[in-house]
Design a protein around this ligand. Structure first.
Ligand code: SF4
Length: 701
């Protein structure tokens, strides 16, 4: 007999619905869920191969302390004792949690509650900091809240889709499929790709703008100035629904003469793009890591949003700025305060009313009084000894953080390190004093939120192997042993979700965007049967938040004190990083068939057939000048480290630049960790690292 379970793909932020079928002999197969509104049955290569990644090889099955198998009680007692001792001796800010967009919302909620409400520190940050922190900061500056205004349907209804810093074909493949299908039906629909590389996404692009790295602010500032010059503004929207236009326009006009040099684009290319935007009413601008992972990431986001506010192209079908999140639950993490600078339910840590409200709701002894350490600063604090005890959950920072070798040293030298993971041997678990086995996809039970604010269930269809447990249960076990048992006495994830929903609606009369108070007190049965839905779902309709709002901001109603959006004045500035010793620009990113550090996708032979080893995309002219032959080994170096990978000589790559994928670890390839080359340069507003603009040298190896 076949048992079918509806669940959600654990990879990218598209959040596709999946039906997992378990046959009588235990064999698992997966297919797309035709009823899920994110994908309507579609899956990409990674989603289709999910069943090939479920074997137990390499799984962490039992708790370990100093490399020896122990029982759960012994492991959790030790963690609680060490954390409590560090707090007693050095204060709450001496411990830190580094969590993951792979956690389910319920896991995230419990981790955040323990750290911010009971330990009293905000030193909890997430690998989502590497993924979308600049979008969060840009949204908060412009909208007064971290709100994605639009929905996936807008991508199909738009007459112009601009993809900037997004290789949609490989990184959000099902959205790419949806746009490609819409374009088939409506050939008049246009797609513009703004990317230094000619990626596979070019296949559906009518125009490719090979912008210089970090030329995006200049490009969109120039667009704002152009729209003003050509009288293409929506004056009514600007007057009624936004502040700060004059200052933003003045800043944009200041850099106008330098746009060709700052963007590396010809005047003709720039003019053609601007005219297309000007003359097309329905425009969606999607942005992803090429925008976010930059020292000017937040300014890029606001330069894009400025153009949409100035033309009133927001909140209506087929319009809007659209942030595409990288991970399956980056959005859910944001909703429960999984970032060091946010409170739960999108409340602000800097706001004393919000802090006191959250503390009262949790009946917590304390509440974090100030923002905690963001990811890069957190590992700096580990390195310089300020962090005495560190808990890493479901992520592999020794591979994925910038200055990855420095991060490895920091973790190695930290007095007490706990890692909860599904895998026994990763580049990070080798430095752990305590290893805690977590449940994996197919075993986990909870919710995730995708890029269009849609909350979907991940449901279990397999038993957890060995003694693996849900993350929320592990965290609750430590909290109980630290003396906070009453607040963490959850029996199941439905109880956590119900509490999360209640907090979102608590004293929320429509002044906060995130509200799923309509699910307060949801029963276990209703939670099990929960269909995918988009927030907000307030308990009662409010003027700003009528139940089932599909799009935000069509008629203003922003989450600022005067309900108006804010234009942000951003400067167009050159970002030069190269020098004679390191003359090429390194860009890092994903490939189509691997996910993060390959602990799961690396198990599928089919997925590994796409690219069997790490590579460096090099332009033919650069390869010739450097004496590099196709498929030859090359050494790529920065002042921080080096990698040895194979050359892939291709005209897709622009001159004086090189692309290396982020996935390979030293386990899969000798010296394959590309983030060892990346310095810890961050956006000063969002704290997001600049992972796509690194000065390197390239030579035959
Ligand atoms: Fe999974 Fe993303 Fe592929 Fe959908 S597009 S199947 S969510 S990896």
């Amino acid at each position: 007999m076949m048992v079918e379970t509806k669940t959600t793909c654990p990879y990218c932020g598209v959040g596709c619905g999946v039906i997992a079928s378990v046959a009588g002999d235990g064999a698992v197969s997966v297919r797309g869920d035709p009823e899920h509104p994110a994908n309507f049955g579609r899956l990409c290569s990674k989603g289709s191969a999910l069943a090939e990644t479920l074997d137990l090889e390499g799984r962490l099955l039992y708790p370990e302390v100093f490399g020896k198998r122990v029982g759960w009680d012994e492991a959790l007692d030790l963690v609680a004792r060490k954390f409590s001792a560090a707090i007693a001796e050095h204060g709450p800010d001496s411990i830190a949690f580094y969590v993951s967009g792979q956690l389910l919302t319920e896991d995230y909620y419990v981790a955040n509650k323990l750290m911010k409400g009971f330990i009293g520190s905000a030193n909890i940050d997430t690998n989502s900091r590497l993924c979308m922190a600049s979008s969060v900061a840009g949204h908060r500056r412009a909208f007064g809240a971290d709100t994605v205004p639009g929905v996936y349907e807008d991508l199909e209804q738009a007459d112009l889709v601009i993809l900037t810093g997004s290789n949609l074909a490989w990184c959000h493949p099902v959205l790419y499929q949806r746009i490609a299908a819409a374009r088939e039906k409506r050939p008049e629909m246009k797609v513009v790709l703004i990317d230094p590389r000619r990626t596979m996404t070019c296949d559906i692009a009518d125009m490719h703008l090979g912008v210089r790295p970090d030329g995006d602010v200049a490009l969109f500032n120039g667009l704002l100035a152009y729209l003003a010059r050509t009288s293409a503004l929506d004056d009514d929207f600007i007057r009624d629904h936004a502040n700060g236009f004059a200052e933003a326009l003045a800043a944009a006009q200041m850099g106008e003469a330098d746009i060709p040099s700052l963007t590396g684009l010809s005047s003709e290319e720039i003019e053609a793009f601007y005219r297309l935007f000007e003359t097309t009413e329905k425009v969606v601008t999607c942005y992803s890591q090429g925008v976010n992972q930059s020292s000017s990431g937040t300014n890029k986001v606001n330069a894009i949003i400025n153009c949409h506010l100035a033309t009133g192209r927001i909140g209506r079908p087929g319009t809007g700025p659209f942030s595409l999140t990288g991970q399956p639950n980056a959005m859910g993490g944001r909703e429960v305060g999984g970032l060091a600078n946010m409170l739960a339910a999108h409340m602000e840590i800097e706001n004393p009313t919000h802090r006191e409200r959250v503390r009262r709701f949790w009946n917590a002894p304390v509440i974090a009084e100030k923002p905690g350490l963001k990811a890069v600063d957190m590992f700096r604090a580990v390195a310089d000894g300020r962090i005495k005890a560190l808990w890493i959950m479901g992520t592999n920072p020794v591979v994925s953080m910038p200055d990855a070798d420095g991060v490895a040293d920091a973790i190695r030298n930290c007095p007490f390190v706990v890692v909860s993971d599904i895998m026994r041997d990763t580049d990070t678990t080798r430095y752990a004093h305590v290893l805690l086995p977590a449940a994996g996809w197919g075993e986990k039970d909870g919710t995730v939120t995708n890029s269009e604010r849609r909350i979907s269930r991940q449901r279990p269809f397999l038993d957890s192997p060995g003694e693996a447990r849900a993350d929320w249960r592990i965290i609750g076990g430590v909290a109980t042993r630290m003396g906070f048992g009453k607040a963490f006495a959850y029996e199941n994830p439905a109880e956590i979700f119900a509490e999360h929903a209640a907090l979102s609606g608590f004293e929320n009369e429509g002044e906060r965007d995130f509200d799923i108070g309509g699910y307060t007190g949801i029963s276990g049965a209703d939670y099990n049967g929960l269909k995918p839905f988009q927030w907000p779902v307030p308990a009662q309709n409010t003027p700003l938040c009528p139940g089932g709002t599909f799009r935000f901001f069509g008629n203003g109603g922003f989450y600022t004190s005067d309900r108006k959006a804010r234009f942000i004045a951003v400067q167009s500035a050159a970002t030069e990083r190269t020098n004679p010793d390191f003359p090429l620009v390194l860009n890092t990113g994903r490939i189509r068939d691997q996910w993060h550090t390959m602990t799961r996708t690396g198990k599928s032979a089919r997925l590994s057939a796409h690219f069997a080893e790490p590579f460096a995309e090099i332009n033919p002219a650069d390869a010739k000048a450097l004496g590099i032959a196709d498929a030859a080994l090359v050494r790529i170096a920065s002042p921080y480290g080096e990698v040895h990978v194979r050359a892939l000589i291709t005209g897709r790559q622009s001159r004086s630049a090189v692309f290396v994928p982020m996935h390979w670890t030293d386990q899969f390839a000798s010296r394959g960790r590309v983030d060892a080359l990346v310095p810890s340069v961050t956006d000063s507003t969002s704290g997001q690292p600049a992972l796509k603009h690194v000065a390197v040298s390239v030579e035959p190896y």
